[in-house]
Design a protein around this ligand. Structure first.
Ligand SMILES: NC(=O)c1ccc[n+]([C@@H]2O[C@H](COP(=O)([O-])OP(=O)(O)OC[C@H]3O[C@@H](n4cnc5c(N)ncnc54)[C@H](OP(=O)(O)O)[C@@H]3O)[C@@H](O)[C@H]2O)c1
Length: 226
């Protein structure tokens, strides 16, 4: 059973769709819960999840009551405020940290014992290439939170390794979702397809305990390093 935050659209929806096709039971966290058309209601649980309200313990408790196990967590919900580190206010940083860093940590902390119980728990933190480099002034503030998200994935990997938990920071460049469309005028075809990213995530979740991938960078364009 997999828990996925921000499952209603974009990358979260694509991962939910893909894992559902693969036969996974799902617990989908979204601010306005609605059963997706691709989901089988028999093995899909919905939770009204707002990442700013510390509802992670309650979500995990409901998911455990319904399924009795958690095998994977995909911490996907995220926000991007396109402000430079000079023009932003503390409130902008606080808002992004709350959703991009603090909520994923609480979610994995809440699910940690169930993840460990199966001996092969999987954690996917949807970070960003903005967690690896600062490509533009307007992505600087967001990058601060995504560098932290990459560090979170590494911290989880270190904390859970002995108990079979494997954590991966996913670091994509532009993915064709509302978030990317709001900050770039690239054509959709010139961005990574969320469905293809979801295929990669499903592959990573399926790897054995002896094939740990700490970071997975994927880009739609050529850059010096990525
Ligand atoms: N698209 C890209 O180019 C790209 C690249 C690298 C990394 N990412 C990361 O990928 C993840 C998914 O983004 P996306 O591209 O799919 O963007 P998106 O289409 O804007 O979707 C964002 C998702 O996060 C949810 N969310 C935002 N704030 C939330 C909150 N307070 N509580 C609960 N859910 C919340 C949204 O829910 P609502 O519908 O309720 O707003 C939505 O489901 C994010 O972490 C983003 O930073 C995206």
């Amino acid at each position: 059973m997999a828990l996925i935050s921000g499952a209603n659209r974009g990358i979260g929806e694509a991962v939910s769709r893909r894992l559902s096709q693969d036969g996974w039971a799902l617990s989908l966290g979204m601010r306005r819960p609605e059963m997706p058309d691709f989901a089988d209601p028999e093995r899909t649980h919905l939770f009204a999840y707002d990442a700013t309200t510390s509802a992670e313990d309650a979500w995990v408790a409901e998911a455990m009551a319904r399924f009795g196990r958690i095998d994977a967590v995909v911490a996907n919900a995220g926000v991007m405020i396109p402000k430079t580190v000079i023009e932003a206010e503390d409130e902008d940083l606080d808002r992004m940290f709350a959703v991009n860093v603090k909520a994923p940590r609480r979610l994995v902390k809440a699910a940690f014992e169930p993840l460990a119980a199966g001996g092969r728990g999987r954690v996917i933190i949807i970070a960003s290439l903005s967690g690896k480099r600062v490509k533009s002034a307007k992505s600087g503030l967001y990058a601060m939170t995504k560098f932290a998200a990459v560090a979170l994935a590494h911290g989880i990997r270190q904390s859970g390794y002995d108990r079979g938990i494997r954590a991966t920071a996913i670091c994509p460049g532009f993915v064709d979702t509302q978030m990317a469309r709001s900050i770039t005028d690239r054509e959709p075809e010139a961005m990574t397809d969320p469905a293809e990213l979801a295929d990669a995530i499903a592959m990573l979740i399926g790897l054995s305990n002896t094939a740990s991938v700490a970071e997975f960078a994927v880009n739609c364009q050529l850059e010096e390093q990525y």
